[in-house]
Design a binder for this molecule. Structure first.
Ligand SMILES: O=C(O)CCC(=O)C(=O)O
Ligand SMILES: [Fe+2]
Length: 252
C-alpha cells in the first residue's frame, strides 16, 4: 500500500548505529516532512481534547494509536519500520504509541529509565520520539545521560539533576571510555525524531507558562524473545489488521 512519506531522505548507517549504541540516544533533526508535522499536530491536538473525561485504564494519551487513525497508520508505515529495523534488526514487535503533549505549565518528568531484557543485551527496545514542534532545553526539553543505558538498569529514578548526580550517577563511568557519566541537555528544531534505548536515564524539563503546547508522540518497538511486560495495547487492537503492521502485534 502506498503511504505518503513521513521522513525526508536520510541514511542511518553503521556509524550512526554505533553512536546510538555508545550514547544511548540519537537525534535526527528535522526528519519529519511538513505534511507529517501538520497531520501529527492535528492528531495530537485531537488526542489532547479527548483526555478530559477519558476512560481510566484506557486513556487517549496512553493508547493514542487506538484513538486516531493517522497515529495508527504510522505503526506499520514503511519508513517507520525501516528505521526500527535499522536499529533492532529484521525481527521486531510494536509495543506502544503514547502522546506526550506538554501544554504550557506542564511539569515535565523526573529522571527515570525503562525495562526490557535486563540480562541479555542482544534484545533491544527502542523508543522513537517524534518531537513535532521541537523544544528548547529549558522548555519541555529532553535530558539524557550518555552511556547510562549500558548499565541496563530499569529502575533509575531521581526527582532533580542534583539528586541524580548524588545518587545513581555518583562514581559511574562510561563502560567504554571510563569517563564519568554526565547529564546532557538537548534542544531540537521542529520535525525532530529521537531514538532512545530503553535503559537510558532521561528526564524532561517543565514547559514554560507562556509557551505553546509541545506536540510529541512516541512509538516503542523491540526485538522479540524476552518478556516485554505490560504492553499498552488492548486485545482488540492486537487482533486488528493494520496495513504494514502484520506480524508486529504479537508479544513474541
Ligand atoms: O516527554 C518526553 O519527552 C519523554 C517522555 C518519556 O519519558 C517517555 O515517553 O518515556
Ligand atoms: Fe521515559
Amino acid at each position: 500500500m502506498h503511504q505518503t512519506p513521513i521522513f525526508h531522505d536520510y541514511t542511518f548507517g553503521d556509524q550512526d548505529r554505533r553512536e546510538l549504541d555508545h550514547v544511548g540516544h540519537y537525534v535526527l533533526p528535522k526528519l519529519l516532512t511538513a505534511d507529517a508535522q501538520e497531520r501529527l499536530t492535528e492528531a495530537l491536538d485531537r488526542i489532547e481534547s479527548l483526555i478530559p473525561g477519558g476512560k481510566k485504564g484506557y486513556e487517549p494519551n496512553r493508547f493514542a494509536a487506538e484513538y486516531d487513525s493517522y497515529l495508527e497508520s504510522l505503526i506499520g508505515h514503511p519508513q517507520m519500520l525501516k528505521l526500527a529495523r535499522e536499529v533492532l534488526g529484521e525481527e521486531i514487535r510494536y509495543d506502544h504509541c503514547v502522546s506526550l503533549n506538554r501544554p504550557r505549565g506542564n511539569g515535565g518528568i523526573g529522571w527515570h529509565s525503562h525495562s526490557y531484557s535486563e540480562d541479555d543485551p542482544r534484545y533491544g527496545y527502542v523508543r522513537i520520539f517524534f518531537y513535532v514542534n521541537g523544544f528548547e532545553a529549558d522548555d519541555g526539553g529532553l535530558k539524557a545521560v550518555p552511556g547510562s543505558h549500558l548499565y541496563r538498569d530499569p529502575k533509575i529514578q531521581a526527582a532533580t539533576d542534583e539528586a541524580l548526580r548524588e545518587g545513581w550517577l555518583a562514581g559511574k563511568t562510561h563502560p567504554e571510555t571510563g569517563k564519568p557519566l554526565e547529564i546532557e541537555t538537548l534542544s531540537v528544531p521542529p520535525g525532530t525524531v529521537v531514538l532512545m534505548w530503553t535503559h537510558a536515564a532521561h528526564a524532561v524539563t517543565p514547559r514554560k507558562q507562556d509557551s505553546d503546547t509541545r506536540w510529541t508522540v512516541v512509538y516503542g518497538y523491540y526485538k522479540p524473545g524476552k518478556d516485554p511486560g505490560e504492553r499498552w495495547i488492548t486485545p482488540e487492537f492486537e487482533r486488528k489488521p493494520i496495513p504494514g503492521a502484520e506480524g508486529l502485534m504479537s508479544p513474541y
